[in-house]
Design a protein around this ligand. Sequence first.
Ligand SMILES: CC(=O)CC(=O)C(=O)O
Ligand SMILES: [Mg+2]
Length: 219
Amino acid sequence: MSARNIARFWEWGRKIICVGRNYADHAIELKNAIPSEPVLFLKPPSAYVTEGSPILLPFYTSSLHHEVELGVLIGKGGTDIPQSSAMEHVAGYVLCLDMTARDIQDQCKSKGLPWTLAKAFNTSCPISDFIPKEKIPDPGNINLWLKVNDTVKQNGSTSQMIFSIPYLINYISQIISLEEGDLILTGTPKGVSSVQEQDVLQAGIDGIVTMTFKVDRKS
Ligand SMILES: CC(=O)CC(=O)C(=O)O
Ligand SMILES: [Mg+2]
């Protein structure tokens, strides 16, 4: 049997663990409290979409938001991983969008319901090419940006994260064991906004990667 290729991790069917409200400026823009512990939710592997395929607008939303985020790809699994060795479990990174049906999320929040419809639909997790760990020596200090139709909407540094990557790996692995091929989305900086059918989203990490996705409606 040939060895699996970590650069095509999205085909492995592993977990996507998302951290919410990890940037104070984004928590404030949505009038959410700044958390004292990470806010976690999940997306299924069917949420992945890669460049060349569109982001599909769910039929039940009229407010689909972009959230640009750094994704941390787990290369070595574990439970109760200490912060001190957490980075040894990282294989690399991807740039991600946590596409969010904001109107549905607001309804779920007000009814005390889970965020599944708002966050976990097909194509809700567009990703860039795999970025090997060595290409980002300091993931806690890189710049993420996102443009909609050439207008900059988000531009923020991972240095603004409330909970660092080692803290998140330690915290998550005490609750959900991490496996090779799992992806952690580390939260979004401010500037989220709604997108429409035919919009073009471009996002990047300065000097490392760019990606482009079109928004479409399921035919
Ligand atoms: C309020 C949210 O949707 C939380 C989230 O996903 C984030 O990145 O922050
Ligand atoms: Mg998010």
